[in-house]
Design a protein around this ligand. Structure first.
Ligand code: TRP
Length: 457
């Protein structure tokens, strides 16, 4: 029984929750990050492992996070504290709060670029593009300008702050309902166009025909990080979002829907990028600039491409916004619940801190030499933050959440939460096996391998 239903707010309906959680999951992770990480890690072989990880690790961890959140009705720190007050488990929640700020700091940079690209397309900056090389030069010149990069970062942080200030269900649900399906539709059209380009078949086989000899443990590590990142797992986003779900809803089917749609959009994004990329003779390992180079080169050729392109980048910005609000919501809920801050104070101060931490990332794609080559050539501060928070911190978080759900709070407690108000947990034995054995062991082996080889980046 929760009296919090009134004070804390609830999703309007089951559909409302799924669309909001899908809004968190679907974002730049699917359309910007997935294609370039797949491109750098052998294409189809990576995609295969990615899908396996979504099912065997992503889905069970999402169910665990949602159950913890709905049971405690708290932010990640408060949730662990409520279940085991005297224990150290709240540190995992604390890691999640920090990770939320860390991810948001670079994510908002890329999100700002999507806004910038929307404006550039409208201004006609791509109408004379004839080759991918030209498109690449435009991207390089764009990101080399520190004022534009920092300005767009600030714009995106302010947008996020304004939505989060409005509270959860009111702010989020309204945005996602119409725009996500529209994004899906535009991607389908674009994928069909891309597949029919001359020379596209090489891209299709790179993307869909796995070359198993390309699989290494590094491929597993990147696929794990990408799966957690894309599903918004490992830092308590889904604990926080789960805290707003009604007891009537079935957590397992909700989680399955979110995983399914998130993966569908990622796969679709690859079907847009890789056929076109190979048709234009580009290198699939092009790094974080990949979609910003490939998409405008497609639009330049396509009839009506510029209108289409403006639509895609606008929807991409919206998809990014429904993700950035979920990232900011975690630290905000923490300071509101645990420290009694007003929502406004929490949102504004977290927004300001994230902006400052984001500045080096905004300078990392060419604007500043030091930050652009922070780790090595072509691996700057943004890539560093992306690996640190977007791969390792999430993997560590997911590991401990699996241990917590499987052993500490336990399978019975989670099942009881799932079976509230009559939902039946059909997959309980499979879920229990995955969360107790497969998730922790797989994640541990991957992290140990990375630590052992020092192959962090
Ligand atoms: N999943 C989002 C995307 O794919 C990004 C995101 C939102 C996220 N919240 C998160 C990633 C929490 C990790 C953890 O774009």
């Amino acid at each position: 029984m929760s009296n919090l239903e009134t004070s804390r707010g609830n999703w309007g309906s089951k559909f409302g929750f799924i669309i909001a959680a899908a809004g968190s999951a679907i974002g730049l992770g699917n359309i910007w990050r997935f294609p370039y990480v797949a491109g750098e890690n052998g294409g189809a072989a990576f995609v295969l492992i990615y899908i396996i990880f979504v099912v065997l690790i992503g889905l069970p961890v999402m169910i665990a996070e949602l159950a913890i959140g709905r049971n405690t009705e708290k932010n990640p720190v408060g949730a662990f504290k409520k279940l085991f007050p005297q224990s150290l488990w709240k540190a995992i929640g604390g890691l999640g709060v920090i990770t939320g700020i860390g991810i948001l700091s670079f994510y908002a940079v890329i999100a700002g670029y999507t806004v910038g690209y929307f404006i550039k397309i409208i201004l006609g900056d791509f109408s004379a593009v004839e080759s991918a090389a030209q498109s690449g030069q435009i991207f390089a010149a764009f990101t080399a300008n520190p004022y534009i990069s920092i300005g767009l970062l600030l714009v995106f942080i302010i947008l996020t702050v304004l939505v989060v200030m409005g509270g959860v269900s009111a702010g989020i649900e309204r945005w996602s309902k119409i725009l996500m399906p529209l994004l899906f539709l535009l991607l389908i059209i674009l994928a069909i166009y891309s597949i029919t380009l001359e020379g596209a078949s090489k891209g299709l086989s790179f993307y869909l025909k796995p070359d198993l000899s390309k699989i290494t443990l590094t491929t597993f590590a990147r696929a794990l990080g990408q799966a957690l990142f894309s599903l918004s797992l490992g830092m308590g986003t889904m604990i926080t979002y789960g805290s707003y779900i009604s007891k009537r809803d079935n957590l397992v089917t909700s989680a399955a829907y979110v995983c399914f749609f998130d993966t569908l959009i990622a796969i679709l994004a690859g079907l847009v990028i890789f056929p076109a990329l190979f048709a234009m003779g580009m290198d699939p390992a092009g790094g974080p600039g990949l979609v910003f180079v490939v998409l405008p080169s497609i639009f330049a050729k396509m009839p009506g491409g510029m209108i289409f392109g403006a639509g895609i980048f606008l929807l991409l910005a919206v998809a990014a916004l429904t993700s950035t609000i979920s990232l900011l919501e975690v630290p905000v809920a923490y300071f509101v619940d645990e420290h009694g801050w007003s929502r406004k104070k929490a949102v504004v101060s977290m927004g300001a801190i994230t902006f400052i931490i984001g500045i080096p990332s905004a300078l990392a794609l060419g604007a500043n030499h030091f930050f652009s080559t922070f780790i090595k050539e072509n691996f700057g501060f943004l890539d560093f933050m992306n690996a640190l928070f977007g791969n390792y911190s999430l993997s560590i978080g997911a590991f401990f959440i699996a241990i917590f759900a499987g052993y500490k709070w336990g399978v019975n407690a989670i099942s009881r939460e799932i079976q509230e108000q009559g939902s039946v947990f059909y997959f309980r034995p499979i879920w229990a096996f995955l969360i107790r054995f497969i998730c922790p062991i797989a994640i541990f082996v991957i992290l140990a391998y990375i630590a052992w080889t020092g192959n962090y980046f």
